[in-house]
Write a protein that binds this ligand. Structure first.
Ligand SMILES: [Zn+2]
Length: 1012
């Protein structure tokens, strides 16, 4: 993130005053250039011209060596790397790297895949020609170090391999499209590595293979260049922020290393693992002047090898020390980035036995040279930042390029000097990953063939496959010693935890060693063994997380919990007993899918409902098919089917059967219709609405619909303001989280002063406007838009909202009787929380078991009321305090000389329920919601003891048992409110179906009798 703090207080500090640091001679000598090699004088002069003060450059990058044969970046850029006022498109960046490869035997370019919008991604290898000629053999040696099983875990053989092998250092640039400096810095870096004859550079290219992906997010890069060009053509005017960084998400593309949903993550993963690289170093741009966040701050991820955390320290502090010796201010490595979540791109390396690294350098969101005024937290001196950034500075893109290159060159130099040690560490970490069952464990995870949610299970296993995790499948049934499961819950009991069960949990807390019991697993169960090189990523994703509320780190950088089995709604059994490793099982080679197809004969197919996300794909794939949905559970042909099971008639063609196989759905053929009430499963017309404020969080929703082939119209708040008959076009409007917790901004949009800010395709901006466009991003939904949404719901539409957009629906009167619950001292930071279905008869709950997990970004919850004004102030049993009078505290007072000591019972309600209204409260009360229009809680958060599954939870009492998903009624339609975010980063597959169920049954949310 970039902080633009407009502050004038600290403007007086001169740049020269802070430049007082000396270069020790030894450092200069070490990095001295080759006096025999000519310098490109014109290029070097430009470097000096564009650098705003000499302290912002170093002896490493204040000149460019000349070459008679190899073109400099100026050949493509028309100016030097980091020149002001221009940014190159990806095609120009790639053209330069290919020119380099054509002109130098030390450079090779590889295509590594495509982006969502079809743009190429590349990786560029740079090393001595002899090393590049030996790439294949070198990689064969690296592959053995990466998988020590191939050399019998033999340290002597490993040492011999290390002696002959060259390590790979992989650098990735511009994953974040607003962070613009890396591509030109990397172009020039590649030139230097290929051309410069300085002894230290020769030392790097002779001992390290440097691999570079100059643009990780090419779609966003080209849009950013468009936007920047628009800005240059309209100087002095406001310009839009980059609304679509990539095709789906903005900075969250750097949280995808868990879910692996984006092309860029998969392409970098395959390149990193495919090259058996030792380092993945991602370049970012926000913090002044260079934050090597490798060391970051605690808590460190609990699944990484301590060798790695020491490597972070070793590389980070050496980098800071070298940069400090060059006299470059504002370089540090400890800082407020915690290294807990494994979702970052660089963490691909951390989770695959390499080294994750990241630089934040300073930048201006483009190539303008600007005066920047920092905030005290940025320029203050602390123990880890003894030469802090300047409080006020004129900053250029060239400065940024100097910092990035100097830091990379000095760290590559250190890495080359210590390459054998890092290779040895790579081998050792890989070996220790294989030894995991004996050292820390677990031995394996088992995913049962009898799981209720095989579709979600297959989704999870496919992610592990994308992570290059080995998965095996048992051909026959087996028994394993597993940790005894907690006492099974009584499904019919919804009451609070009793004192008795609380005592029991206190007892189990005293047991230090978990009890093991034998558990049978059916043939076809999957085993993820931990004696494999990439056991760490499997363990990190499948295990649970605990962030202590008392942890010294009070500002988690990202989600604190992610346990993917819970979030997918599929059971992962953690097995610590090593006996599991003796079970005969076959390695899975192809992509894993759930079993699917037609079973038996008959004209009618029944497809059970397990909240499978493939059901919605099936519905739209056969839009015209006669598909009914069972409103209750039933038995047919000796099989039990859940409420929500699909009953399909007249679809016995091959294409339908093939689709079932493809989607991993089982259909059971029966000859007579089952005896159960049904309604037609709708294929509703869907609109996905976004604002022009931010498009990131809804981007995950958009991606989910695209991946599942659910057709929809992508509309924005301005469309809704214009469209007075939304119901004519749409049945369902999805309004995913906005990322802006401010209902007024959603309505008002951006202030209307200043100039118009277009977001559309023009000759100047050919890459903008392809996802959505507007002549002016400023206007919001407006009062008219709100009225149109209200009319849409009143006329029978379904409006789906989540977190901040749910609050918007409440604030704008679209969800009568629903309120945001008071948070009190609650703390939740991206945690996985227990939830419970309370209205099992609602179609929204089809396919769900009673207890499951929800992802909660911030601990939001709802209260519901039968009054549009809320339950506050209504006398109720919970809040009743007896008055002064006769008797003990729990007795009732008696009025003397009167017989009527019976008091009327006060109403009581569970935290997820509305208080019942008595006759007087309903009489002549315009605020009382008619019985048929009262909000219904569908899902609530779990009891306090069962609330935390993974992550951070503090003050959970404010959240326990509160409503999480509420179906509010307005006119003939519904506003569905999620306090959680059901569709998030491809990691919450288990809660997708709550949204899809509501969509497919949007016209029958009332017909099923709700459980009381
Ligand atoms: Zn960034």
């Amino acid at each position: 993130m970039l902080h633009y703090t407009r502050c004038l207080i600290f403007c007086g500090l001169s740049l020269a005053a802070a430049a007082a640091s000396a270069d020790p001679e030894s450092t200069l000598e070490h990095y001295a250039r080759d006096p025999q090699q000519k310098v490109d004088e014109a290029y070097s002069k430009k470097i000096a011209e564009y650098t705003t003060a000499t302290m912002f450059n170093s002896a490493l990058t204040d000149y460019l060596p000349a070459s008679a044969t190899v073109p400099t970046p100026a050949k493509v850029l028309g100016d030097v790397a980091g020149a002001p006022n221009m940014l190159p498109y990806t095609k120009d960046i790639y053209r330069y790297f290919r020119l380099l490869a054509d002109s130098s035997p030390r450079v090779k370019v590889f295509s590594i895949g495509k982006s969502e919008e079809g743009r190429e991604m590349i990786a560029v290898a740079i090393a001595d020609e002899a090393l590049l000629a030996d790439l294949k053999d070198n990689d064969a040696r690296l592959a053995q170090l990466a998988d020590p099983r191939t050399i019998g875990m033999d340290d002597t053989k490993a040492a011999a391999l290390v002696a002959k092998t060259t390590p790979v250092y992989y650098i990735t640039g511009t994953i974040h499209s607003t962070e613009t400096g890396a591509p030109t810095a990397l172009m020039e870096l590649a030139y230097r590595l290929a051309v410069d004859d300085a002894p230290y550079i020769k030392g790097i290219r002779g001992r390290v293979i440097t691999l570079i992906t100059p643009v990780v997010e090419p779609d966003g890069r080209d849009r950013m260049v468009d936007l920047y060009n628009w800005h240059r053509a309209h100087l002095g005017e406001n310009y839009p922020h980059l609304l679509y960084w990539g095709h789906y998400v903005a900075h969250d593309n750097n949280r995808d290393a868990m879910g692996m949903t984006l092309n860029l993550t998969r392409n970098v993963m395959n390149t990193y693992v495919g090259w058996h690289a030792q380092v993945l170093h991602d370049l970012h741009e926000s913090v002044p002047f260079l934050y090597d966040n490798t060391v970051g701050d605690g808590p460190y991820n609990a699944w990484v090898d301590p060798i790695l955390t020491n490597e972070w320290q070793q590389l980070g502090w050496d980098n800071v020390q070298q940069m400090t010796q060059f006299g470059m201010p504002g370089v540090f490595t400890h800082g407020d980035f915690d290294t807990w979540s494994p979702g970052y791109l660089m963490f691909i390396a951390a989770m695959h036995n390499g080294i994750s690294r990241l630089y934040e350098t300073f930048g201006n969101h483009g190539a303008d040279t600007e005066e920047r005024i920092l905030s005290p937290d940025e320029y203050s001196r602390t123990w880890y930042r003894q030469n802090p950034p300047l409080a006020k500075v004129t900053w250029s893109q060239r400065n940024n390029n100097n910092y990035e290159q100097t830091a990379l060159l000095s760290t590559l130099n250190y890495f080359a000097d210590n390459g054998k040690q890092f290779l040895q560490n790579f081998y050792r970490k890989s070996k220790r990953s294989i030894e995991k069952p004996a050292n820390g464990g677990p031995a394996a995870y088992v995913l049962s063939a009898e799981d209720a949610h095989l579709g979600a299970q297959a989704e999870l296993l496919r992610i592990l496959q994308l992570q290059h995790v080995e998965i095996q499948r048992a051909g026959s049934a087996f028994t394993a010693q597993v940790i005894a499961p907690p006492e099974k819950k009584d499904d019919n009991k919804t009451s609070d935890k009793t004192a008795e069960s609380k005592d029991k949990s206190a007892d189990t807390a005293k047991d230090t060693k978990p009890k093991l019991v034998a558990r049978n697993f059916a043939a076809g169960s999957y085993i993820v063994r931990m004696d494999q090189p990439y056991s760490r990523i499997a363990d990190a994703l499948l295990d649970r997380q605990y962030w202590a509320p008392e942890d010294a780190q009070k500002h988690p950088y990202d989600d604190t919990g992610w346990s993917m089995g819970d979030q997918f709604g599929t059971e992962v059994v953690r097995v610590t007993d090593g006996g599991i490793l003796n079970i005969a099982a076959t390695s899975m080679t192809g992509t894993i899918s759930a079993p699917g197809g037609v079973h038996g004969d008959g004209a009618i197919y029944v497809i059970d409902n397990h909240a499978d996300i493939a059901l919605i794909t099936l519905r739209y794939a056969f839009k015209g098919a006669d598909i009914a949905v069972a409103e209750k559970a039933f038995d047919a042909n000796d099989r039990h089917f859940n409420a929500g099971a699909l009953i399909v008639r007249g679809a016995n063609g091959k294409s339908f059967a093939d689709k079932l196989v493809e989607l991993g759905l089982d259909a059971y053929a029966i000859s007579a219709a089952p005896d159960v009430t049904t309604h037609r499963l709708s294929a509703p017309r869907i609109a996905l609405m976004h604002t022009w404020l931010d498009t990131q969080t809804e981007g995950w929703w958009r991606m989910a619909l695209d991946k599942l082939k659910v057709p929809y119209t992508y509309i924005n708040t301005q469309t809704v303001a214009r469209e007075d008959d939304l119901r004519r076009k749409y049945d369902v409007i999805l309004f995913g989280p906005v990322g802006v917790d401010n209902s007024q901004l959603i309505v008002d949009g951006l202030p209307m002063w200043g100039n118009t800010m277009p977001w559309k395709t023009t000759p100047l901006t050919p890459n903008m406007g392809n996802i959505d466009s507007t002549d002016d991003i400023r206007p919001g939904l407006g009062g008219t838009g709100v009225a149109h949404l209200r009319k849409f719901v009143e006329q029978g539409g379904l409006f789906v909202t989540s977190s901040d957009s749910a609050k918007f629906a409440i604030d704008e009167g679209l969800a009568p009787g629903v309120f945001v619950a008071s948070a009190k001292d609650l703390r939740v930071v991206g945690s996985v929380l227990g939830a419970e279905i309370v209205d099992a008869a609602s179609p929204i709950a089809f396919g769900y078991s009673k207890n499951f997990a929800l992802y909660s970004p911030n601990g939001m919850a709802f209260t519901v009321s039968n009054l549009v004004t809320g339950d506050d102030g209504i006398a109720n049993a919970k809040d009743y305090k007896r008055p002064t009078g006769r008797g003990g505290p729990n007795e009732i007072d008696i009025v003397q000389s009167r017989g009527d000591s019976e008091l009327p019972a006060l109403p009581s309600a569970k935290p997820w329920q509305a208080l019942p209204l008595n006759a007087q409260q309903q009489r002549n009360n315009p605020f009382a919601i008619p019985a048929g229009l009262r909000p219904k809680t569908i899902v609530r958060f779990a009891d306090a003891d069962d609330l935390l599954i993974s992550g951070l939870l503090q003050g959970g009492g404010a959240l326990a048992q509160r409503a999480a998903v509420v179906d509010a009624r307005l006119g003939h339609g519904h506003t569905l409110l999620f306090a959680n975010n059901p569709i998030w980063r491809g990691e919450t597959i288990g809660s997708y179906a709550l949204v899809f169920n509501a969509m497919l049954n949007f016209d029958h949310l009332e017909t099923v009798e709700s459980a009381k």
